[in-house]
Design a protein around this ligand. Structure first.
Ligand SMILES: N[C@@H](CCC(=O)N[C@@H](CS)C(=O)NCC(=O)O)C(=O)O
Length: 204
C-alpha cells in the first residue's frame, strides 16, 4: 500500500519529510491539510494525531506522528543505516541535533517566520533571539565539520535544514554565517533534493 503523508506546502516540518522521501526515492501520496483551519481533513488528522499537528505519515498499519519520528522511521525502515547510525555515541550525536531542531530552530526560527509570514501570535523578539542562538550553535559546529552529526549526512541535517534555510523569512539573515550557507548548499546538491516555496538559494 502507498504511504500517505499529511502535509502542508507552508510547513517546514512537513517539508523535512517530503525532502527525505525524495532523497530516498520513495513514493508517497501527499495530502495537504491547513494546520490552522478546520474541516473534514483536519478532523481526519486529529483522529490520527491527538496533537492535531502535521506531519503525520501513514505507512500500512503504522501511523507515525512528528517530523523527527517520521525521519527516524524512514531511515531505519527504508534507508542506508548511515542516515541514522545505531552505535551509542553516533546515535546520541544525531539526537543532540534533533533536539536543537525541536528547540532553538522550531521555537526560534520557525516561530519568527510564523509571526512575519503568517501573523501567528508569538513573541517575535524572543523567537528571533532563540533562533539566533540556534544559528550560532550551528555555525560553530559547521566550521568544524561539513555535516552536523557525523562525517556524512544524517537525519539530523535533514531535520535542521528547512527552518535554517527559511530563516530570512523570520527576519534572520544568513549573510554572516558562511559555514551554514556552505552546508545548505551541500544539502541542496544531494541527489533527489526538492525545494520548498520560500527557500531561495539564489538570494543567499
Ligand atoms: N514537533 C512537531 C511540530 C509539528 C508542528 O509544529 N506542526 C505545525 C505545522 S508546521 C502544526 O501542525 N500546527 C498546528 C497546531 O499546532 O495546531 C514536528 O516536528 O512534527
Amino acid at each position: 500500500m502507498r504511504m500517505k503523508l499529511y502535509s502542508a506546502p507552508i510547513s517546514g516540518n512537513a517539508y523535512k519529510v517530503r525532502l527525505f522521501l525524495s532523497l530516498l526515492g520513495l513514493d508517497c501520496e501527499v495530502v495537504d491539510v491547513d494546520p490552522f483551519g478546520e474541516g473534514p481533513l483536519r478532523e481526519e488528522l486529529r483522529r490520527l494525531n491527538p496533537r492535531g499537528q502535521i506531519p503525520v505519515l501513514v505507512d500500512g498499519e503504522r501511523v507515525v506522528r512528528d517530523s523527527q519520528a517520521i525521519l527516524a522511521w524512514l531511515a531505519r525502515a527504508y534507508a542506508e543505516p548511515s542516515w541514522l547510525p545505531l552505535e551509542a555515541g553516533a546515535l546520541a550525536r544525531v539526537m543532540e541535533w534533533l533536539a536543537v531542531s525541536e528547540n532553538e530552530l522550531l521555537f526560534g526560527l520557525a516561530w519568527a517566520r510564523a509571526v512575519l509570514r503568517f501573523a501567528r501570535p508569538y513573541d517575535l523578539e524572543a523567537s528571533q533571539a532563540l533562533g539566533r542562538r540556534g544559528l550560532t550553535v550551528l555555525e560553530g559546529r559547521l566550521q568544524e565539520q561539513p555535516w552536523l552529526a557525523a562525517d556524512h549526512p544524517t537525519i539530523a541535517d535533514i531535520a535542521c535544514y528547512p527552518y535554517v534555510a527559511l530563516a530570512p523569512e523570520g527576519g534572520l539573515a544568513l549573510d554572516d554565517r558562511p559555514a551554514i550557507r556552505a552546508w545548505l548548499a551541500r544539502i541542496e546538491a544531494l541527489p533527489g533534493y526538492v525545494p520548498m516555496e520560500g527557500i531561495d538559494p539564489a538570494a543567499r
